[in-house]
Design a protein around this ligand. Structure first.
Ligand SMILES: [Fe+2]
Ligand SMILES: [Fe+2]
Length: 228
């Protein structure tokens, strides 16, 4: 690494980690998800600390749009810290899957925010030797973490009561490793937008993208609730 913008590669690691957590949760492999989260928590917390202590002092944001300002970045950081406190226990499968969907959306959004103004601009102002020191700190903070150790015998957690409503049932099934494209296609929706979301969810599942299918059903659910 020689450029601050390369730190976006670390973001990709966070996104991948969160992806593994979401898949493990849907497979009801809660100990695997917990092991991954035990890595992500300190990794992302340290990353945020590094950005605010080592990078913020270099960032002149007076002429960048408000959504690229230090304030906006710090606001994302506080929300990310809150999401990191997500409890894998004590929530039903739909609530937990929704929490993780929102978390993943914020990580993507934050990545976008930092890649547009924050990091390109830092590369213009931070001298090379200072950059090297800063990047070494970031690398060391990740290298210091113990690797993820998922248990080999992670038996799927019990599922609990299933909801009666057909859309909630579909989301529940997807969130617990079940569901089928046919089940989604059979959902009784009438609005054009709802039909589009439903069919896109079914297509995602058809292609094996369970997370994208879940996210579309979540949007469909929000849409349907707005309708009633
Ligand atoms: Fe970052
Ligand atoms: Fe950040």
């Amino acid at each position: 690494m020689i450029d601050i913008i390369d730190l976006l590669e670390v973001h990709a690691d966070f996104i991948a980690s969160l992806h593994r957590i979401r898949i493990a949760v849907m497979d009801r492999k809660m100990a695997t998800a917990a092991a991954e989260l035990a890595w992500l928590r300190p990794a992302l917390t340290e990353h945020i600390k590094g950005e605010e202590t080592l990078l913020f002092p270099w960032y002149e944001d007076e002429d960048v749009p408000a959504n690229g300002s230090k304030r906006a970045i710090a606001r994302d950081h506080r929300m990310l810290e809150k999401h990191l406190q997500v409890s894998l226990q004590d929530r039903g499968p739909i609530a937990l899957a929704d929490d993780l969907t929102r978390f993943a959306g914020l990580v993507e959004h934050h990545n976008e925010r930092e890649s547009r103004f924050f990091k390109p601009r830092l590369d213009q102002v931070i001298p090379a030797d200072e950059k090297r020191k800063i990047l070494a700190w970031f690398e060391a903070s990740i290298a210091a973490l113990p690797p993820v150790s998922a248990p080999a015998d992670d038996d799927p957690a019990p599922i609990g009561p299933v909801p009666g409503d057909s859309l909630a049932r579909c989301r529940f099934d997807l969130a617990t490793g079940g569901g089928s494209p046919e089940q989604i296609t059979a959902l009784p929706v009438t609005e054009t937008k709802a039909i589009r979301l439903r069919d896109r969810a079914a297509a995602h599942l058809e292609h094996g993208d369970r997370l994208a299918a879940y996210d579309d059903l979540r949007l469909l659910s929000l849409f349907e609730h707005r309708q009633t």
